[in-house]
Design a protein around this ligand. Structure first.
Ligand SMILES: Nc1ncnc2c1ncn2[C@@H]1O[C@H](COP(=O)(O)OP(=O)(O)OP(=O)(O)O)[C@@H](O)[C@H]1O
Length: 294
């Protein structure tokens, strides 16, 4: 288990992480979502022991990664760029990592690069963006660390390279590697992960797939016969996603014993149809800010 407890981290005097806590179980595939600048990269880098926390701990199988450097072999961070390797060939990078990670699997590294047509002897700097991300992912997985933390692994790569990166990740997960993936590609995360960590105001909320689908809100398509109830639509319990003519796609809080839903029924709408809730809806509900009734 990789356990994060009461983690605090400030950068340049500004709190980025404030009392973050959650656990990543062996074999679990979790996603990290949040707005730009929410602290996703900071969280992953602190979890991997690259950054020191101001307070709190990250423990791998009960041992602090910041106090016991030997624990770092079990947790690897895969950044969203390959700049650290730009003076190296792909093989040179792997050779370097094999001295740091005792379980580094050079056979896997060579076979995977060859499977995707990446040359071992080319300078990483000369790779295309897709090749760089494939290389970075392969290098991270080849460490055979139990916990692999990936920062936007498919950001900026074409659909074919993306499929290749994702299949590598899914193969690793099937073999029991735990993955924590930060991404803005919510549909992709939804397909791959069994839980989601939502980072907001420096803290983390955890959601399982079931929580998202049957969470504390519903998604509805609603049509009103006469004037739309503007005050109700603008209330904190309602988030309008879309509005075409009389038909509204909206999310509705189910808290307060379904008060918002009861109020909706009192308007006698001509249509109330439930829609499936997606991860993007949770994102908008939690992070979307104000209503847009227009
Ligand atoms: N080296 C640094 N120097 C100064 N500020 C930094 C540094 N690294 C991160 N920050 C700040 O810390 C905050 C969190 O940054 P972080 O990169 O962790 O966010 P993020 O959620 O990964 O963002 P994005 O989705 O845009 O990649 C931001 O306000 C960022 O400007």
């Amino acid at each position: 288990m990789l356990t994060v407890r009461n983690l605090y981290k400030s950068i340049d005097g500004r709190p980025v992480l404030a009392n973050v806590g959650f656990a990543l179980a062996p074999g679990q595939v979790a996603g990290v979502i949040g707005r730009n600048g929410a602290g996703k990269t900071t969280l992953l880098r602190t979890m991997a022991g690259i950054l020191d926390p101001d307070a709190g701990s990250v423990e791998c199988e009960g041992k602090s990664i910041h106090r016991y450097p030997s624990v770092k072999k079990d947790v690897v961070f895969v950044p969203d760029h390959t700049e650290s390797w730009h003076g190296y060939t792909a093989y040179g990078s792997a050779d370097f990592y094999s001295r740091i990670y005792p379980g580094f699997d050079m056979g896997y590294f060579r076979a995977t690069l060859s499977r995707f047509g990446l040359p071992l002897d080319r300078n990483v700097r000369l790779f295309s963006k897709g090749m760089k991300m494939m290389f970075a992912t392969t290098l991270g997985l080849a460490t055979k660390a139990r916990y692999v933390l990936l920062d936007e692994p498919t950001n900026g790569v074409d659909p074919i390279a993306k499929k290749q990166v994702l299949s590598l990740l899914m193969e690793a997960a099937a073999e029991g590697t735990s993955l924590l993936i930060s991404s803005h590609l919510l549909e992709e995360l939804e397909r791959m992960t069994d839980s989601i960590l939502l980072l907001k105001d420096g803290t983390v909320e955890s959601y399982t797939s079931e929580d998202i689908a049957g969470g504390r809100f519903v998604k509805l398509q609603v049509a009103f016969a006469g004037d739309a109830p503007e005050r109700w639509l603008a209330s904190d319990d309602v988030l309008v996603l879309d509005h075409i003519g009389r038909v509204y796609t909206l999310m509705l809080s189910t808290e307060g014993e379904g008060r918002a839903y009861e109020e909706l029924r009192s308007f006698d709408p001509i249509l109330i149809e439930p829609l499936p809730v997606k991860l993007e809806d949770l994102y908008l509900w939690k992070l979307g800010g104000g209503n847009d009734v227009g």
